[in-house]
Ligand binder design. Structure first.
Ligand SMILES: [Zn+2]
Length: 122
C-alpha cells in the first residue's frame, strides 16, 4: 500500500494503474506520470491502518500525503480501501480532502531540492 506513494513520488503511472481495481481511462498512466513528476513530493504519514494483514482480504489505510505545487504545500488526506486480488493488494477507492499552505517565494522548497520555492515548485 505504501508502494503507491513511492510510485507517485517516482512518477510511475503504470504501477498506479496496475495496482488499482478501476479500469484506467485512455492515457491515464501517462497523465498520472506526467502530473506526479511536476509536483514535489514531501512525505507520507500513515495515521491509521485497519486489517490489511497477511490473513486479511481487505484493508483500510488512513494517511496524509504532502506535495508542493504552485508555491503551496498540499496536504491530501484520504482513507483508502484496498482488497486482495490473486494475492496482490489493489486500491479500490478513497475519499480525499486537500488543504493548501502557501509558501514564501524565498523559502527553501520543502521538496528537498535545495532550491528556493520561486526557482523550484512556483
Ligand atoms: Zn521543490
Amino acid at each position: 500500500m505504501r508502494s503507491r506513494y513511492s510510485a507517485y513520488a517516482l512518477g510511475l503511472g503504470e504501477y498506479l494503474v496496475a495496482t488499482s481495481a478501476r479500469a484506467p481511462g485512455p492515457g491515464e498512466a501517462v497523465e498520472l506520470s506526467a502530473w506526479a513528476r511536476t509536483v514535489g513530493w514531501v512525505g507520507l504519514t500513515v495515521l491509521e491502518r485497519q486489517q490489511g494483514g497477511p490473513a486479511d482480504a481487505t484493508g483500510v489505510v488512513h494517511f496524509v500525503a504532502r506535495y508542493v505545487e504552485a508555491s503551496a504545500v498540499v496536504s491530501l488526506e484520504e482513507r483508502s480501501q484496498f482488497d486482495r486480488d490473486a494475492g496482490r493488494w489493489r486500491y479500490l477507492e478513497g475519499t480525499a480532502t486537500t488543504s493548501r499552505q502557501k509558501l514564501g517565494r524565498n523559502e527553501p522548497c520543502p521538496c528537498g531540492s535545495g532550491k528556493k520555492v520561486k526557482q523550484c515548485h512556483a
